[in-house]
Design a protein around this ligand. Structure first.
Ligand SMILES: [Fe+2]
Length: 379
């Protein structure tokens, strides 16, 4: 099958990589950098650690989890007020996505509503953007997409444009040494899910497979020790790289039914995105097994499962069991009922998930009833 592939963001990785920010800042020849981060990180020493490298940076720390359109408006307001000509996003997907949208909406003569309805309305690059991820899962630091809640429809919308990709991504595991184990686990589960869905998606290609498979292998090796000890620089560094690789590949390979359902659920209930993905991953993996047996073999090998002489169904069973054990070991044992998901909403959520764009690239084509059954299995 024909495909194209490219990675727009430059990656700088390793313990202490933060200090490279100074050289990037000087090279970009900007004068008014603005740090964009969330309300929690704004209270930590992270903004000051950035300012030690770029002393004249100002700070906007009002990003909230699962950002909506109103948060983008606040971000743009701050960028205009500070007259910023460069953005430094520190945090997880929420801060990075607000920075991405603020960057392009500043230079494109278009409203957020117009972009939410038609992302092709973004036709020009934004102001320079540098991302410093402090979680290990969204991949937003390397994607060319953003996830923003649309309050007109109460849904999360994906916006995709080459112009949303960051110019640089700095992966410094020393920035993660205070990450709570539960956040490492849930964001790592998101990266794992995105990696697996990317491999089995109908739009995957050999380049995206290479990145996703290596990322899955790194997550298998490093998620447990990273959850156990956030100061383990090797494990955290591997998780950072895995997340970034998945993000870079995901721009081309897309997700599947897990993300269709998890993103729909996110519009209804407050469930950490990575946990929503983890709860749906096992039922969807069982469901998709008959569609892509060779891909399941490749994923199993990346997870160090011996597949020689096994039937396809045995490979699928071992794959599901291995992932279940990994999620269990890092403390992800929740079900949808733990988050108050109501049985009488399942039909509505199933229908919305069925029509979600992520479902288009799922390798097995489900009916609305199939989606409903997958949700029921996560209770
Ligand atoms: Fe995700």
């Amino acid at each position: 099958m024909n495909f194209n592939f490219g990675i727009r963001s430059k990656v700088i990785a390793g313990p202490g990589a933060l200090k490279e920010l100074k050289g990037i800042y000087e090279q970009l020849d900007c004068e008014k950098p603005l740090i964009i981060t969330d309300t929690f990180l704004g209270t930590t020493d992270l903004p000051d650690r950035i300012k030690e490298v770029v002393p004249n940076a100002e700070v906007f720390s009002e990003v909230e989890a699962d950002p909506k359109d109103k948060h983008v408006f606040k971000g743009i307001e701050a960028v205009k007020e500070k007259n910023a000509d460069m953005l430094i996003a520190i945090g997880g997907g929420s801060s990075i996505d607000i920075a991405k949208m603020s960057s392009v909406l500043l230079t494109n003569d278009v409203t957020l509503e117009e972009v939410l309805d038609d992302w092709d309305k973004i036709t020009k690059p934004g102001i320079p953007l540098i991302t410093l991820p402090t979680t290990v899962g969204s991949g937003s630091e390397m994607t060319r997409g953003a996830l923003i809640g649309d309050s007109r429809t109460n849904t999360k919308k994906v916006i995709v444009s080459d112009y949303l990709a960051a110019d640089y991504t700095i992966l410094d595991p020393e920035l993660l040494n205070t990450l709570p184990p539960a956040v490492t686990a849930s964001t790592g589960a998101d990266a794992l899910t995105q990696g697996i869905e990317g491999i089995i998606s109908t739009t995957s290609n050999t380049f995206s497979d290479a990145l996703h498979l290596h990322a899955v292998s790194l997550i298998k090796k490093s998620l447990r020790p990273a959850v156990a000890n956030s100061s383990n620089l090797e494990a955290m560094g591997n998780m950072q790289k895995a997340s970034a690789m998945v993000g870079a590949a995901m721009a081309h390979s897309a997700c599947g039914a897990v993300h269709a359902i998890a993103n729909t659920l996110g519009g209804y209930y407050k469930i950490p995105h990575g946990i929503a993905c983890a709860m749906l991953l096992l039922p969807v993996l069982k469901y998709n097994a008959i569609a892509v047996p060779d891909k399941y073999r490749s994923i199993a090998k990346a997870l160090d499962i011996s597949v020689n002489g096994l039937q396809d169904w045995e490979v699928a069973d071992r794959l599901v069991a291995t992932i279940e054990r990994l999620l269990d070991d890092v403390g992800i044992t929740q079900t949808l009922s733990d988050f108050g998901v109501e049985e009488n909403k399942i039909g509505e959520i199933a229908e919305q998930s069925y029509y979600h764009s992520d479902n288009l690239t799922n390798p097995r084509k489900p009916s609305i009833k199939d989606v409903e059954n997958l949700i029921r299995e996560a209770f």
